[in-house]
Design a protein around this ligand. Structure first.
Ligand SMILES: [Zn+2]
Length: 404
């Protein structure tokens, strides 16, 4: 009985404590409404409309500049601490739905919506800034531009970007991925040289539709076997209207997270194309980290019935092994084991890209490095070479599966 009385007493105190500020805020609200009503009853329709628009704009700005960033930031903090939450509710939930719908919609359009929107967005931003300067409302125009950036950033994370915070693929597939010691690295490097030598063949120009279908078939098989989430999206290869954008930034392919599009550099050599396409399709399926996209691309390419696709995958991964093993004294003697035809293919790729080396390429590489680090990808652009760790770890635990 005494306990019930105590509870009732504390409930009363709680109510009384909250009653005052609550009634005060109601009082202020009523004054505001009354004041607003007396103003607008004296106004004509167009002035009322203008006032309403000003209120709506201010409210939209407030949402974009304060509430949206706060919400996004809170989610990023929460997801960073609980990767399994990202996997369950985002990667296999919201993201899977968005990817299925958006990739299928954007696949209908033969050109890159991402590229056209980029140009349109730049023009719109310039127009907005110019209007702000003309109307002497620079501060307001800048705030509105900032609100636009916040909306874009939010869409980036909700449509794809939270995938950076998923658990690592090695955890999902139950194997240990760690930087190998020099002996293990040497053995795996030699394995990769042997596989690439055996897979070598001249690669002819691809029929893109056939290549797309073959890689999709590989994805269906590999994902079913590994119990990875199958997303029934469509990511046909797309090329940019201005391919130089990718040339001068030394980009072989790029996934567009805003419209879920897989882009290829139009100047890729046939030997590069299958692996790059498979890599971008892994991004499309929500594997954001570069090393993981390359690792999945390797598994998928090796599942193909087309030997030239195997060669493309080994050729690309061999490049990562070479970069990793270069520091050791016997590298020069080991690299002599690589077939001269493969060395010629490497030189052809180098010839394709070397003319675009310059400050723009350097700037874009540095920017991408910052972007990856900001999304908690350890090592930034060095993450590409971490595919070596995944291959070594996978071979160790699934020795029988990877070598074809
Ligand atoms: Zn990538």
């Amino acid at each position: 009985m005494i306990k019930i009385f105590e509870i009732m007493k504390s409930a009363f105190v709680f109510r009384a404590r909250n009653f005052l500020p609550f009634s005060f805020s109601l009082f202020i609200f009523e004054i505001k409404v009354n004041y607003f009503e007396t103003i607008i009853t004296d106004m004509n329709i167009s002035n009322r409309l203008r006032l309403f628009q000003a209120f709506s704009r201010r409210r939209a700005l407030l949402i974009c500049l304060i509430f949206l960033p706060a919400f996004l930031f809170s989610l990023l903090i929460l997801f960073s601490s609980y990767p399994q939450l990202v996997e369950t509710f985002y990667a296999r939930g919201l993201f899977a739905g968005i990817a299925m719908i958006l990739s299928r919609l954007s696949a209908v359009v033969p050109f890159s919506l991402s590229e056209v929107s980029l140009y349109g967005g730049i023009l719109l931003a310039l127009f907005w800034a110019r209007r702000g300067i003309r109307q002497r409302r620079i501060g307001r125009a800048l705030l509105e531009l900032l609100a636009g950036v916040v909306i874009l950033l939010s869409w980036f994370y909700f449509s794809w970007g939270f995938n950076y915070l998923r658990p690592p693929i090695s955890k999902q597939l139950h194997f240990a991925s760690a930087a190998p010691d020099s002996l293990a690295l040497r053995e795996n490097f030699l394995w990769c040289v042997e596989k690439t030598n055996a897979a070598w063949q001249p690669v002819a120009k691809w029929n893109l539709q056939n290549l797309d279908q073959e890689i999709e078939r590989g994805y269906a098989e590999v994902f079913a076997e590994l119990n990875l989430p199958a997303i029934s999206g469509r990511w046909p290869p797309k090329f940019l209207l201005l391919p130089q954008l990718l040339d001068y930034t030394l980009t072989s392919g790029i996934f567009g997270p805003f419209f879920h599009e897989a882009h290829l550099n139009a100047h890729l050599l046939p030997v590069e194309m299958p692996f790059v396409l498979a890599h971008e399709k892994a991004h499309g399926r929500g594997f954001a980290r570069e090393s993981e996209a390359s690792f999945i691309a390797l598994l998928v390419c090796l599942r193909s019935n087309t030997p030239a696709i195997h060669y493309s995958a080994y050729f690309s991964v061999l490049g990562r092994f070479r970069a990793r093993y270069r520091q050791y004294a016997d590298y020069d003697s080991l690299k002599q084991l690589i077939r001269p035809e493969i060395v010629a293919d490497v030189e052809a790729v180098w010839k394709r890209i070397e003319k675009y080396m310059g400050p723009l390429a350097e700037f874009s590489q540095k920017s991408y490095d910052v972007y990856l680090r900001a999304n908690q990808v350890e090592g930034g652009t060095e993450n590409y070479s971490d595919v070596v760790d995944l291959v070594v770890g996978w071979r160790k635990s699934h020795q029988e599966t990877i070598p074809q």
